[in-house]
Ligand binder design. Structure first.
Ligand SMILES: O=c1[nH]cnc2c(O)c(F)c(-c3ccc(F)cc3)c(-c3ccc(F)cc3)c12
Ligand SMILES: [Mg+2]
Length: 214
């Protein structure tokens, strides 16, 4: 059988990016997805918002739900301070296999732990397995129907504390209406919407940033 979209994306990185240079990996993926074959990376436009929120938070421990091919993993890890860690969760093994190679190509494997499996099963194991006290930053980019249950799980497991920042992708397209209701109506969150566009398109999408108040 033929190659998959993630495999073709990996090939484009290996062909067009410089090993050990995260910026070139990001640019190679954005070029490929804009001009050759669309893929569901957060992309260059929403990526700039991710960068700015990340730089503001400067997390010691960060969590990403939904690795896909590792594009946002590379965007996040490249901005982490020395000694800071990113845990990224992916349930699709084929996606995880490509992501590992893209993260390694960018030279960021020492800052990133990729865990394969369903987020709902893995979140309760985070403290024991990785000695995490709590996450300063969480990027939700996996599946819209998991945004609320996984946020509640993070709260119940004591994995978010006062000041922890949640940033959720795709809150408009395909949309996460229950999540928006949850974080916007809860007295435990201070929420703000960053209007943008669906990756590589002119369709509206945006990111919701929610600060946990404890
Ligand atoms: O599932 C996702 N996870 C994370 N990020 C995503 C993302 O950034 C996206 F842009 C899309 C998207 C949106 C519009 C579209 F037309 C196709 C795909 C999806 C998505 C939505 C529905 C599906 F059936 C499959 C994929 C995701
Ligand atoms: Mg997304």
């Amino acid at each position: 059988t033929g190659s998959s979209r993630p495999q073709r994306m990996l090939k484009a990185v290996q062909k067009n990016a410089t090993k050990g240079d995260p910026e070139s990996v990001i640019s190679a993926i954005d070029y490929y997805c804009r001009h050759k074959e669309w893929a569901m990376n957060v992309g260059d436009e929403k990526g700039l918002i991710l960068d700015s929120v990340l730089t503001e938070v400067n997390p010691s421990t960060a969590l990403e739900l939904g690795t896909y091919c590792g594009y946002s993993t590379v965007r996040i890890a490249r901005l982490l301070s020395p000694g800071s860690k990113l845990i990224t969760v992916e349930f699709n093994p084929a996606f995880a296999a490509v992501a590992r190679q893209i993260i390694a190509y960018a030279g960021l494997q020492d800052k990133v732990t990729l865990v394969e499996g369903p987020s709902g099963d893995l979140i309760p194991k985070m403290k024991a397995r990785f000695g995490i006290k709590s996450f300063d930053f969480v990027f939700l980019d996996h599946w819209k129907d998991r945004y609320v249950p996984d946020t509640k799980l993070l709260e119940d497991c004591g994995l978010v504390s006062e000041g922890s920042v949640l940033l959720a992708d795709n809150v408009i397209c395909p949309g996460a209406p229950e999540y928006l209701k949850y974080v916007r109506n809860s007295p435990r969150y201070e929420s703000r919407y960053y209007k943008s566009n669906l990756e590589y398109t002119k369709v509206e999408d945006g990111l919701e940033k929610s600060v946990f108040l404890g």
